[in-house]
Design a binder for this molecule. Structure first.
Ligand SMILES: O=C(O)c1ccccc1NCC(=O)[C@H](O)[C@H](O)COP(=O)(O)O
Length: 262
């Protein structure tokens, strides 16, 4: 754990819960679906690469959606999503490893396991194509990246500032997400991505995470160098209850058409 100073109470609570969770006895081995192939396919189809997140709730969400995760994921794919992210964190996000397994069986795009993994044994929970590792929460990042790759996962390494970016690069990360959400105050600021992206080497696949709510936000992140966007809240629209997830996804996927100036 890099630093426990200045964490929002909700995040400290998420971390406490994460430390209590263990993995299975059996080591996971996964034949992962390639994210870079999926990104190339989206680009050649003219779709903005969106990783759409099945996110039942969160500390900052305006409600909870208890729709079936498989139906949500299929709706996101219908809207043009390139990959699916599934929360597996149970106590603050309403996720589960079972939901991820069901989604991965139902779709043929890469699926990201979105959780707060802090130790190697926690890798052995569920098969996924991509696995999130958050620099701030991990002590031995290089070791955890290697352990994730040995199991077949493509590790997505999340950073929030330039110092964390350096840590990620030194640890050999090739897929980096810049989280626009500040874990101290849980506020989002798209400038975070812009300030970090400028320092990311070209051979790294770069993902803009959090706070992307409109086609204009999508264009802004793409102009700043995002190869893909991770979007949860704007697609789930927790306050909207039964809001159309397919349409919410499509609006962002088609953002580069420029028709929608919002
Ligand atoms: O989303 C939260 O409220 C949250 C709170 C505390 C720690 C992490 C949190 N979110 C995790 C994520 O990374 C997002 O789910 C993901 O980037 C999508 O963000 P958004 O599009 O803003 O829902």
């Amino acid at each position: 754990m890099n630093s426990e100073t200045e964490l929002a109470p909700a995040v400290a609570s998420i971390l406490d819960a994460a430390r209590e969770r263990g993995g299975d006895d059996e080591t996971v081995s996964v034949a992962a679906r390639s994210l870079s192939d999926a990104l190339a396919q989206a680009e050649s189809d003219g779709r903005v690469p969106v990783i759409a997140e099945v996110k039942p709730t969160s500390p900052t969400a305006d409600g909870t959606r208890d729709d079936d995760p498989v139906e949500l994921a299929r709706a996101m794919i219908d809207g043009g999503a390139t990959a699916i992210s599934v929360l597996t964190e149970p106590s603050h996000f309403g996720g589960s490893p079972e939901a991820l397994t069901r989604v991965r069986e139902a779709v043929d795009v890469p699926v990201l396991r979105k959780d707060f993994v802090v130790r190697e044994d926690q890798l052995d929970v569920v098969e996924a194509d991509l696995l999130l590792l958050i620099v701030r929460f991990v002590d031995d990042l290089e070791g955890l990246i290697a352990a994730a790759r040995e199991r077949g996962f493509q590790p997505l390494v999340e950073v929030h500032d330039r110092t964390e970016l350096e840590t990620a690069l030194e640890a050999g990360a090739k897929l980096i997400g810049v989280n626009n959400r500040d874990l101290a105050r849980l506020e989002v600021d798209l400038e975070t991505f812009e300030s970090v992206a400028a320092h990311v080497p070209d051979d790294v696949t770069l993902i803009a995470e959090s706070g992307i709510g409109s086609p204009a936000d999508v264009r802004r992140m793409r102009e700043a160098g995002a190869d893909a966007l991770l979007v949860g809240s704007a697609i789930m629209d927790h306050a909207g209850g039964d809001s159309d997830v397919t349409e919410n996804t499509r609006r962002l996927v088609n953002a580069s058409d420029g028709d929608d100036q919002t």
